[in-house]
Write a protein that binds this ligand. Structure first.
Ligand code: PEP
Ligand code: MN
Length: 303
């Protein structure tokens, strides 16, 4: 076990830095949380693709997108029925009608559903339709919403806040864990910096950091991280290379007419092309994972 002493030294310093969120960190008995969803897992060996529109708009829009992303390899359909918007006068989501459309897409395609919950009042309703409850960036500091979502019992996709450090994200995750729900999936979706050419600054190093110190799965969101559809495939590749357990990508039948986040949404052909170009990167990641498992087994034999 000699080679591990160095690794342990690094881990100890991270343990000091993130001392107030001990349950989020790796430990001798918990190296990786695997979150079961329908017939697959997030945080396991399979790389999980989540895709769909920013907002649920119409039946035709949602169903066409669901079928298309499923054919391209997505496992989970995303789509907001309750939307946090920059302007109070922008489209705020279809609410219950949007949830019902997500339910229909789920029945037709077999895709799992992730959708945002913005209020404790809507929690039971959203949890009825969602396989995974999304806590959006703007609510990452909303402790009571996170606690309520955790108690709803569904897996949670916890998006990093706009100006949140990794430690802040861990604190939000710790609240979910403290409320008895271990099924927490973290999401790096870019943070605010002085750079304005991209919508946010994609903090890919945070993905590598999270994978190194936390047992929780982490998903990269290249759509919100960049805000520009032309940058999404490159940011997605970076996410895979940084060690993410999956991607969440905005896809729309006609992005230029999207009711929200059209600039960063891919059309079906663009999503198909991105998924094909990602395949070798995802295969490399799977090889890496097999190698690291084999390395652990070798170490165990030496010990
Ligand atoms: C979204 O997923 O559409 C969304 C609003 O994301 P974020 O909370 O990361 O801005
Ligand atoms: Mn969006």
């Amino acid at each position: 076990m000699l080679p591990r002493i160095g690794v342990r030294g690094v881990r100890e310093s991270w343990h000091d830095r993130f001392a107030d969120t001990p349950d989020v960190l790796k430990s001798a008995w918990r190296q990786q949380t695997v979150v079961p969803v329908l017939d697959f897992e997030i945080g396991g060996s399979e790389f999980i693709n989540i895709a769909g529109p920013c907002s649920v708009e119409t039946e035709a829009q949602l169903l066409a997108t669901a079928h298309s992303v499923r054919r391209a390899g997505a496992r989970i359909l995303r789509g907001g029925a309750f939307k946090p918007r920059t302007s109070p006068y922008s489209f705020q989501g279809l609410g219950l009608d949007g949830l019902k459309l997500l339910g229909r897409a789920r029945r037709e395609t077999g895709l799992a559903i992730v959708t945002e919950v913005m209020s404790e009042t809507d929690m039971d309703l959203v949890a009825e339709y969602a396989d995974i409850l999304q806590i959006g960036s703007r609510n990452m500091e909303n402790d009571s919403l996170i606690a309520a979502a955790a108690r709803a019992g569904r897996p949670m996709l916890l998006k990093r806040g706009l100006v949140a450090t990794v430690a802040d994200l861990f604190r939000a995750a710790q609240i979910a864990l403290d409320n008895g729900n271990p099924k927490v999936i973290l999401c790096e979706r870019g943070i605010r910096t002085f750079e304005t050419a991209t919508r946010n600054t994609f903090d890919a190093a945070s993905i590598a950091l999270i994978k190194q110190v936390s047992h929780l799965p982490v998903i990269a969101d290249p759509s919100h991280a960049t805000g520009r559809r032309g940058l999404v495939p490159a940011a997605a590749r970076i996410g895979v290379a940084a060690g993410a357990d999956g991607l969440i990508v905005e896809v729309h039948p006609d992005p230029d007419t999207a009711w929200s986040d059209g600039d960063q949404s891919l059309n079906f052909e663009e999503y198909d092309a991105m998924m094909s170009s990602l395949a070798p990167w995802i295969a490399l990641r799977e090889e890496d994972m097999r190698a690291s498992v084999a390395g652990d087994l070798d170490a165990a034999e030496v010990a």
